[in-house]
Design a protein around this ligand. Sequence first.
Ligand code: 9MR
Length: 570
Amino acid sequence: MRHTLLLMMLAVATLQGHSQEKVIYDFEGYEIGDRLPMNDLYSDKTESVAEVTADPTNPQNKVLHVTNKSWNTLIELAIGHITQGNITESYRMLAFDLYRPASDANYKQFVARLGQDTIYADAGFYDQGQAETWVAKSYIMERTDEASDKIYMGFNSVDAEYYVDNIRLIAADYGYDFTDEQQTLRYHAAKAGKNIGVAVPVSRININDESLLPTQTVFRNFNMIVAENEMKPDALQPNRGEFNFYHGDCIVDFAARHDMEVRGHTLVWHKQVPAWISSDGIKNDHGYSRDELLQIMKDHITAVVSHYKGKVSEWDVVNECLDDDQTTIRTNPLSYDLRPSVWQNVIGEDYIDSAFVYAHRADPDAQLYINDYGVEFQGKAKTQAYYNLVRRLVNDGIPVGGVGFQCHLTVGDTDSAKFDNNVKRYAPLGVECAVTELDVSMPDAYAQGAEQQQAEEYGKIASVMMNYDHCRNILVWGVTDDMSWRQGNPLIFRQTLEPKPAFFTLRDILQSAAQIADGITTPDTGATASASVDVYDLGGRPVALGLDRKDIGRLPKGIYIIDGKCTVVR
Ligand code: 9MR
């Protein structure tokens, strides 16, 4: 069953032109009881055993059963039949299925070597996932110059027991070369006067090591960065008066080295609140008075914003303060309902006003944002409530400088006109608008055409941002699909760091916007271009077939696909 599934997935992968996989060991050609050598790095003798046995979940299937008895002892895999030159150049990932019996401890370090060179090593001892079930594992291999006919892999432990099957090498087709800056996102974003940003989990991407592929993917493509979790209140002030700026500082230093702007996320929120303030972000477990809690909020904002003054260009001051359920607006169209939180419950609505004032005092140059989700498309009660709240704050002279639309979307959600109409009406309030956390989940990620639809969805959001001067920033919420907090492969890079169609659509849109900023307002027709063109919208639907090329500029304002390229008509 597992095999059929794997084959089906491989077929899909091949169809969509994704990574190519090479199965190097599936153990079906072995006899039960056959052994593979175990290699102890520091000793010729080891009691560790790797033996072909029946799959604990399916007796028809053969797998390798490993019992580790010494540290630094790995399974030796002969790959002579595929090594021509350096495999880490041709293949970027090592993947396999892992089954751990219940008795095996969770925390292990996975290590792989090509000959003598380490091609992968977990930075520590990690939870290796569920026991008593097969779990798919995959690791990006570090490039090495070693050409060897042996791979060594396994869990570094004096006492491990596990089963492996379907050991595979996965090639990657990047489709772009990020060492050529013109092929990156940020090159075009900068020319268009925009920022293209990314949320980085520093627990998973080592931004201090600039030689790593994930780190390079970040700084070469993005000119803005936000910490996915590391600058939230629980991370920055785990105990009252005790600040931990280490990870935030790493982000800020990394950004400075690579000429990136930093968004600070976030100062006041009902989640990721340190336990000394509230156990769940709602309860006032410590019985703070209004004055005490205001002081706590002020101290946090003042300390954090001052620490990053001049280094963080904008802050999400208040995050997700609106209730999901907006009822008052039904009877009072200018109103909004706020979410219950320890801040709202103890201080009252003016916690929002005060938060902005404290942040503004700490860094008058920082752009101060309010940020929320489910507020993107006109016609929804929460969208209107957001606008009402921002208008109220602006009218009251509160230093709100920006409105963040998180854009956690699912394919099919985006209505360009409804987003455009919503974004547009904030300009007269004198605030910026930004897409702060874009990701687009695919309900059926392996369906044919799903990634193309996802790309179009990214394109629709990005193109609205290109149309307005009060919109500078678009940030995606994470780097690779496997690192996303959401299901449905919502991001623009695969686990292998290969860019997905959404990457190329974003790049096309940024490039078109850059050309417009450069004064090139008509598409490059080329000498051999035909006199008439077929014009499609970003959803691939025909807009005008056989249109005279000279009439392109007369199309309604928007982004079209013409000659297979994104073309912006202003
Ligand atoms: O991506 C973040 C995830 O790693 C955290 O576990 C989660 C916990 O609250 O927060 C995620 O980021 C959120 C962001 O800070 C605000 N908007 C929604 C994001 C997803 O919940």
